[in-house]
Design a protein around this ligand. Structure first.
Ligand code: GDP
Ligand code: IMO
Ligand code: MG
Length: 432
């Protein structure tokens, strides 16, 4: 049974958690593929609002196995506390598998993250300070620690003491930061490792066995494709590959096993942290969208930057990731606007350009070519069938699909589970 990838089509926070949760009910497995606790995936159910950072967004669907893949970087203390919080709210977390190959985010990674941001002076990336970049850097430098290493208590303690010692010297000497409390941190880490150890195993085999059995598998990415380390607006990116290719690698699934790639896009754009954002709005319209969409970070609480839908960036993402269909979320947020804009092109130094500049200083200077669209000026939050959607809203949806280069298969009209409208009603969403 082939797998489905759910990836963010913009700069993150597109509603991947909600879409993954919606598909999880009809799937046997959800595998988180990349990123770490920089992610914040919100799921709104009648049991309340859940914010996932490391736990896959399938955990609220009973009977769905949730896998944290090898491509994820895990803060063990955060993961243990996230699981405890879920259990305290009555959620069964027993069907969890954590890859023994996933790398560990250690407390000094967050301090190095903070130190690096300080050294960037006037132009910080605006990272989440969760230690993600330094943890991936250690992985690629081949000095990282994996979950398998952490769960081997005797060796882990020795290894951690050595690593903390070396990094504390770096923190004090190079970053001029305070050192991390070695003894307390190691005890906390080993305590978390003990809680997580029963779930740690060969995740890639678990995933492949499930595919062999014909289980429907969803691969959940974190972040967004415009934050990709290779194809995003470097250096204003994250340190992993939140792409279809990265999803395969991080989940332990071959590209030939992928049947469907769902690009999750907001009906407008948002971005957290620094970096080019051509359609950014600095006016009351931007503020109104931010308030209507509750655009404040799930992980850091930061106000998200807001802009119109960027079809140039979207088309790039659908092409590079082979997006088969689009989940268009937060359409309801645009209910009150008489005119809505879409960026259909870019101008740089007076010339039309058809692609995204490689140098971020050039990307910063790009101005968007905006196409105005008449708004529908109706509340769509109660709409449950695409036919009942106002004509102008449907026109906006199909315009986005046409410009982005992939059909829209579902539309979000509110945060709740049931506020998701399939665009073709004849076939269930997950079967397409
Ligand atoms: P993720 O990181 O991609 O999972 O997205 P986040 O959870 O960080 O941010 C998306 C926000 O939008 C969350 O607060 C969701 O509850 C909310 N949301 C998702 N879909 C919709 C929708 O269709 N309409 C509205 N109004 N909110 C939505
Ligand atoms: P989800 O999965 C939005 C952004 C940060 C910063 C840049 C690098 O919820 O969509 P990092 O801490 O990764 O080194 O920060 O990436 N960023 C996100 N923005 N949603 C996310 O995750 C993000 N994860 C990282 O704001 O600009
Ligand atoms: Mg988020």
């Amino acid at each position: 049974m082939p797998a489905t990838i759910v990836l963010g089509g913009q700069w993150g926070d597109e509603g991947k958690g909600k879409i993954t949760d919606a598909l999880a009910g009809e799937s046997g497995m959800v595998v988180r593929a990349n990123g770490g606790s920089n992610a914040g995936h919100t799921i709104s159910t009648d049991q309340g609002v859940f914010k996932m950072h490391l736990v896959p967004s399938g955990i609220l669907s009973p009977g769905t196995t949730c896998v944290v893949g090898a491509g994820v970087v895990i803060d063990p203390v955060q993961l243990a506390s996230e699981l405890a919080d879920l259990r305290a709210r009555g959620i069964d977390t027993s069907a969890l598998v954590i890859s023994d190959r996933a790398h560990v985010v250690l407390p000094f990674h967050s301090e190095i993250d903070r130190g690096e941001e300080r050294l960037r002076g006037e132009s910080p990336i605006g990272t989440t300070l969760r230690g993600i970049g330094p943890a991936y850097a250690d992985k690629v430098s081949r000095r990282g620690m994996r979950m398998a290493d952490l769960c081997d208590e005797r060796q882990a303690r020795q290894r951690l003491e050595r690593d903390f010692d070396a990094r504390n010297r770096l923190l004090e000497g190079y970053y001029e930061s305070a050192s991390v409390d070695t003894a307390a941190s190691i005890d906390q880490l080993l305590g978390a490792a003990e809680l997580l150890a029963p779930f740690v195993g060969h995740a890639e085999d678990v995933v492949q066995d499930a595919l062999d059995r014909g289980t429907r598998v969803i691969v959940e990415c974190a972040q967004g494709a415009m934050l990709d380390i290779d194809y995003g607006s470097y250096p204003f990116v994250t340190s992993s590959s939140p792409t279809a290719a990265g999803a395969c690698q991080g989940a332990g699934i071959a590209p030939s096993q992928i049947e469907r790639v769902i690009g999750v896009f907001k009906a407008y754009s948002s971005r957290v942290g620094s970096g080019p954002f051509p359609t950014e709005l600095f006016d009351d319209t931007g503020n109104e969208i931010r308030e209507r969409g509750h655009e404040y970070g799930t992980t850091t609480g930061r106000a998200r930057r807001i802009g119109w839908f960027d079809a140039v960036a979207a088309r790039r993402v659908t092409r590079l990731n082979g997006v088969t269909d689009i989940a268009l979320t937060l359409l309801d947020v645009l209910d009150t606007f008489p005119t809505i804009q879409i960026a259909t092109g870019y101008e740089l130094d007076g010339a039309n350009i058809r692609t995204v500049p490689t140098i971020s200083a050039d990307y910063d200077r790009v101005t968007p070519v905006l196409a105005p669209i008449d708004g529908w000026l109706e509340d769509i939050t109660a709409v449950r069938s695409y036919e009942d959607m106002p004509v102008r809203a449907r026109e906006y949806v199909s315009r986005i699909g046409g410009l982005a280069g992939a059909p829209v298969s579902m539309v979000g009209v509110g945060p709740d589970r049931e506020q998701l409208v399939p665009v073709e009603t004849r076939t269930p969403v997950a079967a397409r």
